[in-house]
Design a protein around this ligand. Structure first.
Ligand SMILES: [Zn+2]
Length: 176
């Protein structure tokens, strides 16, 4: 850690000298310049060290200055972090929708239902034993959205169940 401030050397004077304010000011000025030069040179060294490391890892163009390499790297990290948050946000949101804690408000017109992927359909069929989960019937079975599609429920394993036509209609009537 640099000293925040170093006292400039004050010239000694003989008792018969005039008090030399100009020489004191000059000394303060010199000492300040030295101090800032030291800080600047440390900063340049630090930048060089970091950019050398980044060049080795990422192979940045040699024409780029140390400063540019660091800047590019910082922006890269920013973008990666932003995308990571976006992905995480979307995963958490989907989980909350599946858990029924929030609803996915679809824009009007965005009502197209995607079909249940075959692989998901097979797993649900096996899980529910090929029967209506309400009454146990194995006739006229349908895939029912536990959280309705209109309220943001999606075609996922967790959100679908087998219901017979009759039980499915009863459920729809209740929801309205
Ligand atoms: Zn049923």
């Amino acid at each position: 850690m640099d000293k925040v401030y170093e006292m400039p050397e004050i010239p000694k004077r003989n008792s018969n000298d005039k008090f030399d304010i100009n020489s004191i000011i000059e000394n303060i000025r010199k000492s300040n310049i030295q101090r800032f030069e030291k800080i600047a040179s440390k900063e340049i060294d630090r930048r060089k060290e970091i950019s050398d490391r980044l060049r080795k890892i990422h192979g940045y163009d040699e024409k780029l200055t140390d400063r540019e390499v660091i800047e590019i790297h910082e922006i890269r990290n920013e973008i990666i972090e932003k995308e990571r948050k976006k992905q995480l946000r979307s995963d958490i949101k989907n989980q909350l929708i599946e858990d029924g804690l929030i609803f996915n408000k679809r824009k009007s017109g965005e009502t197209k239902r995607e079909s249940v992927p075959q692989e998901v359909a097979d797993r649900i069929w096996n899980r529910d034993g090929g029967r209506c989960v309400k009454c146990g019937s194995n006739e006229k079975l349908e895939f029912d959205h536990i959280i309705p599609f209109s309220k943001g429920g999606s075609n996922t394993y967790r959100n679908l169940q087998l219901l017979c036509e009759k039980c499915n209609r009863e459920k729809s009537d209740k929801i309205g």
